[in-house]
Design a protein around this ligand. Sequence first.
Ligand SMILES: [Zn+2]
Ligand SMILES: [Zn+2]
Length: 287
Amino acid sequence: MTTDRPNNRTNYHSHCSFCDGKAPMEDFVEEAVRQGFAAYGISSHAPLPFPARWTLEAERMAAYLAEIDRLKAAYADRIELYAGLEIDYLNEQSNPASDYFQKLPLDYRIGSVHLIESRGKYVDIDTDAETFAENLRLHFGDDLRKLVTDYFDKLMRMVSTGGFDFVGHADKIVYNASQCQPDIAEQPWYRQKIREYFETIARHGAMVEINTKKYHAGGVFFPNRSHFRLLRELRIPVLVNSDAHLPQTIDSGRREALAALQEAGIDTVMQLTGGRWQPTKIDLAAY
Ligand SMILES: [Zn+2]
Ligand SMILES: [Zn+2]
């Protein structure tokens, strides 16, 4: 479906059965067409240098890209489709700026951090609250401040290294961290770290997604809406994504996020249109 006015129904953070998504890629595309999306981007978890159950395997990269190409052609008259990857900043060798990822024929790249190193082991911080608390005890000696600081320091290294279009779920660790320490977001050290982090993002000209994945279950966006005014103050371009793992969540929380951005004085979102990121006015009436 095409519209002759701007349409904020776009999503550039989505998974499918090539990684840990719960349905074939085409099911997501069909749902996006059904809901009148202007554009849809597929962004499986990129391969890591070791096996992980939640990522696309390197051996399947060619098949992944071929399937996106096939769908681009098959749905060309109905929707703009884009090839992306959600790439972990693992270390200096494996990150969005790596040659391997830069040479892939992608339309865009998401930079994310899911793993934090402790004594030579990578610990997943994007887990349920119980596993998070256990990992905090086992691998970080219950030092929540150190773990959260390591997370943002790693993200800042990712931002300085570059090679990606936007930061994925910018402060997601706080969702789990605040189950361990409910007032963590009010701590002066935390507020200072967040400011330093967003200032680094602004300085490097990266975009930030407003990730709505946990909005319906947990009532939060990543980054938290309490930072939207800081995003505006620093003139960081934003886009709204649902990080969908199921076709029925491709639009989840988008309207609420767009409204929250408007409330914070942000009236445009970035959308990949005609192959270029373009500021697009938030139009809730059209939505
Ligand atoms: Zn992620
Ligand atoms: Zn994701």
